[in-house]
Design a protein around this ligand. Sequence first.
Ligand code: PHE
Length: 445
Amino acid sequence: MSSKQRSEFSRFGFIMAAAGSAVGLGNIWSFPSQVTQNGGAVFVLAYIILTVAIAYPALLVELSAGRHTQTNAADTFRKIDGAKRWIGVGYLGLICSAMILSFYSIVGGWMITYFCKSLFTLVGLETWANAIQQRVIIYDLTFTSLFYLLTILIITAGLKKGIETWSKILMPMLIILLVGLIAYVLTLDGAMIGLKKYLCPDFSKLLDFDLILNAMGQAFFSASLGGGAMLIYGSYLSKKQNLQKVGASVLVFDFSIAFLAGLLIMPAMYAASAKGISIFDEQGKLIEGGGVVFQVLPALFGSMGKVGHLVLAAFFLLMIIAALTSSISMLEGVVAYAVDNQYMNRKKASWVVGLMLWLVSVLLIVKFELLFGLFTKITMQVLIPGINIGLCILMGWILKRSKLIEEFRSGANLSEDALVLKILPIFFKYIIPIAVTFIWIRSFK
Ligand code: PHE
């Protein structure tokens, strides 16, 4: 392992990079649909409670593990658990990150496709626009490769010049685009109905276990938990920083963007409905996910002339940025393993690992029906919760309590008997593992 001083993010750089990882397709693609389908404000409330009570301490587990060991997921287990009983879980963290990237980049590629399509239409290249819209393997391959290229190029540039610099540029851009789009959409006819539907609470869902299951899955995915991403960013966080505070800032940021995304998507859906575009499927359920992004929104804005295509291009740019700042954290998790172990320098590792994962994505594109759903299921239902429990065992049970306390006092100006220091180990040892196991078992029913 490298004995060199590990590169560190600045405080603002860390918050932008970690929030960039957290804010992704999960926030814009799935959060608004989850809210409307799971009881509106009731879901938001459950989401906030689960984020504060479970996802936040779980994020602290990952960040503290990375910062304490100053290394990647696999070596974190090796360093803390000398007996190496749990090292397999660390490798699963890397695999989880790699698997998410392999399907995430395909969706990222679709976003680039639709972005180009809106630009082509805007400048009058209709035939080009129509050609790339077809879901043909060659286009999926081309645009997924382009998405990989962007991800790899940022990672090769390193922590400061690559991840930090780009996160600091892209995240503010994302906010400006999002707020601008919301302001525009809210002026459209029908938008206000969508706004009401978005948050209208359905109290009959209050005791629905599926709601908790969905809120938990969403909270974990959105916070980028699963060992590969946040842990490695934690390893680049200076000991001078207050872990609890930066962790909280990241989640507040993540929730705010998800919530704001609903203020864009739902009013846009009902504005589309006001124009006669169908927003319900055959079962009468509101269209969600890909249907919203690739059918309803293009139909709505596509009918509005040049301004509409410009808005559509801005929307897909927003999606590309959200996806890219997440994908770099996934790739970094795996690249760091090769770099930390001095198998390769960063540049070479970024290309080698990037190309290997690109090959996996190619396989997913070719065998889409068989593999895409399987990969999402394995990561969300098995790996993310499983690794989380493994990390809780590592940090709560195997790491010496005094070391854990030291990690949380570092940069935090806390006295030895501060209340949080008594509470956190209880979360690490019991509350998160028990809650995650319980919800996990239920998810297989
Ligand atoms: N948090 C990202 C999103 O909401 C996804 C992600 C998961 C990123 C795991 C990194 C690691 O889209």
